[in-house]
Design a protein around this ligand. Structure first.
Ligand code: ADP
Ligand code: MG
Length: 408
């Protein structure tokens, strides 16, 4: 597939280059006023056409930085030479304005800046020559409205600058996106491996735990070994629990049980877990107003949702800032709010949330919000973002309050 795309791109490149060469040859031979009295000017024109054609034709073979610089230098010289050789062809000025566009094709920021700078310097020299040296002899269309021509030139460079930046940013984002797809593919395989391993470890654990429980019953008279047995059994239970939780997250498709979940205790345990994470940047989670609320959901999934959202809030926060969490009943809903005073998001960024692999973090997976939206939808809840770029974000998570609670 990739090979096909490369081949296709090469075809497009060579046909474009051929068209360019044909136009350059036409310029050299068709109706050229210097064709009939050949001289050094015409010779230079021919050499530049040859040089530029060779550079363009061999570029795909080497794709080196040197060749790119060569193409830009030769093309600039070519267009400036045309301008001086054929003063009657007023449209040559358009090409001079478009020179930096050549480096847009290479998506090289430094090259583009260099080309823009060189072109501006060259055009300043050119306009100075026209104004002082030529005095409207050969270039009356420039000297008659010098200021207008200068403004038009600057305007055209600004437009090129915009075009370059917009497409450059888009390309950068696309690159990041592909890298993240690759990374998440890797994560998926390692996740599957880990799930398979966890599953295999769970069985021997259960067997060992069963035997320990048996021996614990037999050793009723020795207090010390009884304590040791119960300690071992407890530790094994913890390990079992960790594995089960991991498995339920690794297999999101599995039917999870809907139960009455105490939001307050879930928030408490998520806070305990994440406060350790916040120590790195001195971020704290403040449970400011947390009512005893109940919703019909799955504890592990609700934890997963809250961990993702609160973790994002902490990652967006500045060093030392706190993330404030509240939860309360509101008109038949349980409303959980997570507020941070961090970097915030623009409207476009908020709209992109939940798109798989959308992440602005260098090591983000861009899967967290997708998982959150899925979990919220599963239990008929909603997630809403209020965010101001540079000021912070409030995430409002709503779940229907359970009937049992409303009836109270
Ligand atoms: P990840 O955290 O792996 O980047 P997420 O899906 O969790 O992926 O988040 C996607 C993106 O949304 C983040 O990269 C971040 O740019 C933005 N984001 C999410 N929550 C917040 C927040 N509270 N403040 C600012 N940006 C946020
Ligand atoms: Mg995240």
């Amino acid at each position: 597939m990739n090979k096909k795309i490369t081949q296709n791109n090469q075809k497009i490149y060579y046909s474009t280059v051929l068209a360019v060469i044909v136009f350059m040859l036409l310029g050299l031979f068709a109706g050229n006023p210097r064709f009939h009295h050949l001289g050094p000017g015409y010779f230079t024109h021919g050499v530049l056409v040859l040089l530029l054609s060779i550079c363009l034709l061999i570029y795909p073979l080497y794709k080196s930085h040197f060749l790119r610089v060569m193409i830009i230098v030769v093309a600039s010289t070519y267009f400036y030479t045309l301008f001086f050789l054929y003063p009657n062809t007023g449209s040559n000025l358009i090409f001079l304005c478009l020179i930096p566009a050549i480096s847009i094709l290479f998506y090289d920021k430094n090259l583009f800046h260099l080309s823009l700078l060189l072109n501006t310097i060259s055009i300043i020299c050119l306009f100075s020559y026209v104004a002082i040296g030529d005095r409207g002899d050969l270039y009356p269309y420039i000297s008659e409205d010098l200021i207008g021509n200068i403004i038009n030139f600057l305007g055209s460079q600004a437009i090129l600058y915009f075009i370059f930046y917009l497409s450059y940013e888009r390309l950068k984002k696309q690159k990041l996106y592909y890298e993240q797809i690759k990374q998440s593919e890797r994560l998926k395989t390692t996740g599957q491996l880990a799930a398979a391993m966890a599953h295999e470890i769970r069985n021997p654990l259960t067997v060992v735990k069963g035997f320990l429980q048996l021996y614990e019953k037999e050793n009723t008279n020795n207090e010390t070994s009884k304590r040791h047995y119960s300690l071992m059994i407890n530790e094994l239970s913890t390990a079992e629990q960790v594995i089960s939780q991991y498995l339920s997250i690794a297999k999101p498709d599995k039917d999870t049980e809907t139960e009455l979940v105490n939001v307050k205790s879930v928030l408490q345990s998520v806070t305990d877990l994440l406060n350790a994470y916040g120590l790195l940047q001195d971020n704290k989670i403040v449970l400011s107003k947390v009512e005893d609320c109940y919703i019909a959901a799955n504890t592990i999934e609700l934890k997963q949702l809250l961990i993702n959202i609160i973790k994002n809030a902490m990652e967006a926060s500045k060093v030392g800032d706190s993330v404030v969490v509240t939860s309360e009943y509101k008109k038949g809903w349980v409303e959980i709010k997570v507020t941070d005073c961090g970097q915030g998001m623009s409207k476009e960024e908020v709209d992109s949330l939940g798109t798989p692999f959308y992440s602005l973090k260098s090591r983000g997976t861009g899967l967290g919000m997708m998982i959150c939206f899925n979990i919220a939808a599963k239990y008929k809840g909603t997630i809403h973002f209020d965010s101001v770029k540079g000021q912070g974000t409030t995430v409002t998570i709503r779940f229907p309050a359970t009937n049992a609670e409303l009836d109270k």
